[in-house]
Design a protein around this ligand. Structure first.
Ligand code: MLT
Length: 404
């Protein structure tokens, strides 16, 4: 008789953003006259920029002609895109990453969920708490986490590294030495950042412990201050201990188009085994590549016009971030993030739990945010708002919250 992968039964409830979507749907059915403002999931709202659109049209035209039609993409991504990434995201920042160390995919969510497959299920993972749920859930599915404890809100074999206002939302080295360390900066959900010298300490730690860092830099385009690394490869020795995940979703608005990439330096080895080769094997076996037209759109993001458009998009969203931070501060809220990241992390008022505040905001203001406890036990008592709304809706949401 067929058996299921019963690790799935060990998952806690449904995926956070699906739970929220269900609650919002129920509210909207009960209150059809209410205008709901969604500042929950970090989904962009601005349309694609003109360089990206032009590139999509021209790639579609190529697909319409026999001479220029493209079938399967190369497994690991088209050379034109991998070279543009290597140059613009790495070499121009002084990081020695080559095109063949870059693997193009349809987004960082899939890569962050899939990357654990190349590691043994015996490895101990460490995650920041709160954390983007995909890192933990994908390890639960693989059977690496032990059982969930309802009392602590934790999986028994996962090392949780609390990130709270007391440590400025950057984790301390854990007591138990992990094998795989997930870091995300600028951080989702707290909007916190790490300085280059602090990240260097993590790189040194990982090299010393022979651990691997999985570094999610999906929000690097939002960094505005100095001394904050845009990539982990700005740290010395990161090429022997770090994998980096990147996305076109948040900088260029590709959440619906889908494009991302993973960097695995060739020097990154476990024993004699190159992780670059393992991931290449996995990628070519299970994946047929992001669509040609999307990869051409990604290339356009690196043109001069494309880069200017990304800046404009990021500025647009960061105006929301400033507006949210200032508005809520003036209303007496305790606010974090929102300076180098499109997320604002606020302390819930009157000791409300994260979900109580979620319900209050939805029911009294018709505003949707994300409860901090959905990201992990240290997120309890916090709440996340995104800066990805449009200006008018964001302003209205803040006015409504101020009136509560
Ligand atoms: C979030 O809201 O945390 C993100 O949008 C989720 C994602 O990027 O997958």
């Amino acid at each position: 008789m067929v058996k299921i992968n019963d690790n799935y039964l060990n998952l806690k409830g449904s995926y956070l953003f699906s739970t929220i979507a269900k609650k919002v749907k129920a509210y909207s059915e009960e209150n059809p006259d209410k205008k709901i403002i969604r500042l929950g999931i970090g989904d962009v709202t601005r349309p694609l920029s003109s360089s990206v659109i032009a590139s999509l049209y021209s790639a579609v035209d190529e697909m319409a002609k026999k001479e220029t039609f493209k079938g399967y993409a190369p497994d690991l991504g088209y050379e034109f895109l991998r070279s543009a990434i290597a140059k613009n995201d790495y070499k121009d920042r002084g990081c020695n990453i080559e095109a063949d160390e870059i693997f193009v995919s349809d987004g960082a969510k899939c890569d962050s969920g899939n990357i654990q497959e190349i590691f043994s299920t015996d490895n101990v993972i460490a995650v920041c708490d709160p954390v983007y749920p995909v890192y933990v859930d994908s390890n639960v599915m693989a059977g690496r986490t032990g059982l969930f404890d309802e009392n602590t809100g934790k999986y028994s074999k996962v090392v949780y590294m609390p990130c709270t206002k007391e440590n400025n939302f950057t984790p301390a080295f854990p007591e138990k030495t992990p094998d795989i360390i997930y870091l995300c900066f600028p951080n989702n959900p707290t909007g916190g950042v790490i300085t280059t010298s602090e990240l260097q300490k993590w790189v040194d730690y990982a090299n010393e412990k022979k651990a691997v860092i999985i570094y999610d830099a999906a929000y690097e385009a939002y960094i505005r201050e100095e001394n904050i690394p845009h990539t982990i490869y700005e740290c010395e020795g990161a090429d022997t201990c770090a994998i980096e995940l990147r996305s076109f979703s948040k900088n260029a608005g590709f959440t619906g188009l889908r494009l991302g990439f993973t960097v695995i330096p060739k020097k990154l080895k476990v024993g004699d085994v190159s992780l670059n080769s393992l991931w290449a094997r996995r990628h070519s076996t299970k994946y047929n590549g992001a669509p040609y037209i999307v990869q051409r759109a990604g290339e356009a993001v690196y043109s001069d016009a494309g880069k200017a458009e990304v800046k404009e998009l990021v500025n647009y969203y960061m105006q929301n971030a400033s507006y949210i931070c200032e508005g809520l501060k003036s209303a007496g809220y305790e606010i974090y993030g929102g300076v180098n990241a499109p997320y604002i992390w606020l302390k819930t008022p009157d000791n409300l739990t994260s979900w109580e505040f979620f319900d209050m905001l939805l029911n009294k203001a018709s505003v949707v945010g994300t409860p901090g406890s959905g990201f992990g036990p240290s997120g309890e008592g916090y709440f996340r708002l995104t800066a990805f709304g449009d200006h008018e809706a964001t302003k209205e949401a803040i006015e409504r919250i101020k009136k509560l």
